[in-house]
Each structure stands twice: as structure tokens, then as C-alpha cells.
Design a protein around this ligand. Structure first.
Ligand SMILES: Cc1ncc(C[n+]2csc(CCOP(=O)(O)OP(=O)(O)O)c2C)c(N)n1
Length: 283
């Protein structure tokens, strides 16, 4: 079912891109003095592989009804989406210098005012229901496009997810893939402390989904798992991507306070130095 529409990038090139994306996320959040830092660093490898390997969507086909759909349900980490969309040419990267400033379209959650953004999100629990609707529409219209949505594990307590999960299985939506950014933290604590949703895989399987786990920072593993979609015919697929909130910045990793923390000048410099060191290792 994989459609070959991307210039093939090597895993090394994609790994380099992930670090460059991370540098940009931190740079624009630092410049705006606002943003969701930890969760953007957590999901950016997933977005990298989706936009540079998986999705049939680009600035040239974005108004085509046949494009693949990507809906970022955990909308607060829009900074990760912005840097990837800019890299794909949906808008000039220069625009991101206006992030979160008065009258800028580049606000702290996704809106359709920004080219390349499929749906307004940010109130958690909306992305999966919308994605299910899009996937049903594709089936009804006999279209080949696929629908992807990125969920946060802290988002799962929203009841709308479970109604959508039931519906997706009922309508045999094997053109739908939900990806869970499974970093085990949310806004005010661990997901287990705030509202436990475990066991997530068994719950989705009991709802009729096909579920696979992956290291959400392993580019090669992400490529392989997405190339294997759908995991089972006539079932929606869930990718549980094991991630680290704040990935790539030593003092941000697994720290709940970096959910929407903004680095000060020293922290910014340290973060950039860590990314540059990681880039030097890749060569
Ligand atoms: C309906 C709704 N309730 C509460 C919030 C406030 N909120 C913003 S982010 C967040 C935590 C989300 O956790 P998760 O989805 O795991 O995001 P991540 O840790 O990956 O950044 C919450 C509760 C919201 N945006 N929408």
C-alpha cells in the first residue's frame, strides 16, 4: 500500500534532519518566548518520517482531494509541525520568526490559516474523530488516500477518542493510522498519575484495532513500521511510538516542567551546543 512519492533520503540524512528540526524548534520557541518544547522534541522524528517518507502530501497537491491527510491531534506541539512544513516548502521558514506574536497566523496551536495544516486542533480529543470521518469519506468515495493522526498519551482520557476508536473498527478503516506519542508525561505529571489509560495496546486491540510498538526516535524502525501499513486488512492501525519528552536536550528529557518551558539564554546555548555535537557525530 506504500506509495513511492518521496526522493529517497537515507536514514543518515533523515537523522540529520531530525536534529536540524530540533534546533529550529528550540530556536523559534526561544525567539517567541513561548511554546510546547518537550512534546515537540518528543514527536519530531515521527513527523520527519511521515513528511519525508510516508505521506503523499506536498505544497503542490495540498488542494487535491486525493492527498494523504495528516491531523495533529496533540495540537499544542505545533512547533514541530511548523518546522517540518516550512522545510517541505508550505511557507517560508522566515514566517516562523513571527511565532506567537500579535497578528501572526503562526499561533501556539494548528489552524488552517497556515498552509499545509489540515485541521484546527489544540482542544485535545478532536484529531482522532476527525481522522475517522476523513477515512470513512475516503472509503465512501473509493479514494486511495490514507489518513494519519498523532495523539498524545495524555490526550487519551478524552472520551471522544474511544467513541472514534469504536467507530474506526466498526467501519473497518484500514486506511487510518493513529500514532501515539507515548512519552508517558502530560501537562502536570505522568500520564499514570493524572489519569491512567493502561494497558493502551490491549484496550485498542479489544476495540478491534491492530497495534504495533516502535521506538519513536529510531528513524529506520519508523520507516519499517509505516511501510507495513495497514497492519491487518479491514482494521485501523495504531502505532505506539515509545518516545522521550524533551528528546535531545539533556536537561529537558523526561522533565514535566519542560511541557511548555522556554529556555533562558544559557539553556538555549547549551541546547544548541548539544544538537551541534550530535550533528558532528553524524558527520
Ligand atoms: C480538551 C483539553 N483539555 C485540556 C487541555 C490542556 N492540555 C494541553 S496539553 C495537555 C497535556 C497533553 O499531554 P500529551 O497529549 O501526552 O502531550 P505531550 O506530553 O506529548 O506534549 C493538556 C491537558 C487541552 N489542550 N485540551
Amino acid at each position: 500500500m506504500f506509495k513511492m512519492q518521496h526522493a529517497q533520503m537515507t536514514v543518515i540524512e533523515l537523522n540529520r534532519k531530525s536534529i536540524e528540526y530540533r534546533k529550529k524548534i528550540i530556536t523559534y520557541i526561544y525567539g517567541a518566548n513561548a511554546g510546547h518544547t518537550g512534546g515537540s522534541l518528543s514527536c519530531v522524528d515521527i513527523l520527519n518520517v511521515l513528511y519525508n517518507h510516508v505521506l503523499d502530501v506536498n505544497p503542490g497537491n495540498f488542494s487535491s482531494p486525493d492527498r494523504d491527510r495528516y491531523i495533529q491531534s496533540k495540537g499544542h506541539t505545533v512547533e514541530a509541525l511548523y518546522v517540518v512544513l516550512a522545510d517541505k516548502g508550505f511557507f517560508p521558514e522566515e514566517d516562523l520568526k513571527t511565532l506567537c506574536s500579535y497578528k501572526s497566523d503562526y499561533i501556539g496551536h494548528p489552524t488552517k490559516k497556515v498552509n499545509g495544516i489540515e485541521q484546527n486542533t489544540g482542544a485535545l480529543g478532536h484529531g482522532l474523530p476527525i481522522a475517522v470521518g476523513n477515512a470513512i469519506a475516503a472509503k465512501m468515495d473509493e479514494k486511495k488516500f490514507r489518513v494519519f493522526t498523532l495523539l498524545g498519551d495524555g490526550e487519551l482520557p478524552e472520551g471522544s477518542n474511544w467513541e472514534a476508536a469504536l467507530t474506526a473498527a466498526h467501519y473497518k478503516l484500514d486506511n487510518l493510522c493513529a500514532i501515539l506519542d507515548y512519552n508517558k508525561l502530560q501537562i502536570s505529571g505522568t500520564t499514570a498519575e493524572v489519569c491512567n489509560t493502561e494497558p493502551i495496546d490491549a484496550k485498542f486491540e479489544s476495540f478491534g484495532w491492530s497495534v504495533q510498538h516502535v521506538d519513536g526516535h529510531d528513524i529506520n524502525a519508523l520507516i519499517k513500521i509505516f511501510d507495513g501499513l495497514p497492519f491487518e486488512k479491514d482494521k485501523p492501525s495504531l502505532v505506539i511510538a515509545h518516545t522521550t519528552k524533551g528528546k535531545g536536550v539533556s536537561f529537558m528529557e523526561n522533565q514535566v516542567r519542560w511541557h511548555h518551558g522556554v529556555p533562558d539564554a544559557n539553556q538555549f546555548e547549551t541546547a544548541i551546543n548539544e544538537f551541534d555535537a550530535a550533528l558532528a557525530v553524524i558527520g
